[in-house]
Design a protein around this ligand. Structure first.
Ligand SMILES: Cc1cc2nc3c(=O)[nH]c(=O)nc-3n(C[C@H](O)[C@H](O)[C@H](O)COP(=O)(O)O)c2cc1C
Length: 272
């Protein structure tokens, strides 16, 4: 090959290479303009994946040590006061996000949990809050920071025996409070996390589309009961949902059909 021909060949190849690179860059740049700047792949939200029986991708978090045989604390029987007024509680309930350092007594925690899911009729098993088709799909996780006569940690409320079963130690509690990520939960003596079993009445419903709605409604009843009971005993709290529910699910080792839906604090308001 003579030098002149080789020079021309090299120049043509270089030009063709540059054109190819420019074309690829133009395609990569222009593609998002045709898709509205978003990926065309539809990301299925975790709740929908649960309903479809698909695995839910979990974020990476430190491992949780669940106490399989944690201590069980029987709560004192609810101390009902005849002078406590529903009208007063309704009028004075208000979301409170700052609390005094005062501990909550075990007797007041007993009342709060009873108001949430306490059994009112041992024969039928009916509870203080209404439920869809007697299914009682909710579980209360009680993150305890400052309750007299109760070790800090996370407990599960057992309505049938009106007892608390310790589920996580203080490290687990700290991880949950951090996953909830709200300033108000850091200073609250107690934070109650409400989870729902999305499978509890699935078979008995014509459409599974309604399950999340029913679970949310039940959680709303429960949390309102808690807030009214707190107010009637001089306490207050805030209901909240602005947390990463998947992260809290992981910290509570919830999987499959159980998912956190709502949370509420309890304490003595700092501004009183
Ligand atoms: C479903 C629901 C979710 C809520 N989520 C949050 C929340 O994530 N963070 C928060 O600070 N308050 C939350 N709140 C509390 C509202 O901000 C509060 O109820 C509202 O401002 C009215 O004030 P009040 O509760 O004092 O009457 C929530 C309330 C409801 C009913």
């Amino acid at each position: 090959m003579d030098n002149g021909f080789r020079d021309i060949f090299c120049r043509e190849t270089a030009i063709a290479g540059i054109i190819l690179i420019v074309l690829i860059a133009a395609i990569l740049f222009a593609a998002p303009l045709f898709t509205g700047g978003k990926s065309t792949e539809r990301v299925t939200p975790p709740s929908e994946r649960v309903m479809q029986g698909l695995p839910v991708r979990q974020p990476v978090h430190p491992p949780v040590t669940v106490l399989t045989n944690g201590p069980v604390v029987t709560l004192p029987a609810p101390d009902h006061q005849t002078n406590s007024s529903l009208d007063y509680a309704l009028e004075h309930r208000g979301s409170t996000r700052a609390y005094m350092n005062d501990s909550i007594s075990l007797s007041n925690l007993s009342l709060i949990l009873w108001s949430a899911q306490g059994i009112t009729d041992p024969v039928s098993g009916k509870r203080t809050a209404p439920t869809t088709m007697h299914s009682y799909p909710l579980t209360l996780y009680v993150a305890v920071s400052n309750v007299s006569e109760l070790n800090p940690g996370v407990y599960i409320y057992i309505p049938k025996t009106h007892a608390l079963s310790q589920y996580l130690n203080t490290t687990g509690r700290d991880q949950i409070l951090s996953a909830l990520g709200r300033r108000q939960v850091m200073s609250a003596p107690v934070t109650i996390i409400v989870s729902g079993n999305f499978n509890a009445f699935k078979e008995r419903m014509s459409s599974t589309d309604d399950v999340p709605r029913y679970i949310s409604l039940e959680a709303g009843h429960v949390v309102q009961n808690i807030l009214l009971m707190e107010t009637s005993r001089g306490m207050a709290g805030v209901p909240f949902t602005d947390f990463n529910a998947t992260a809290v699910d992981v910290q509570l080792s919830l999987n499959g059909n159980n998912h956190v839906v709502y949370a509420v604090t309890a304490g003595y308001p700092a501004d009183l």
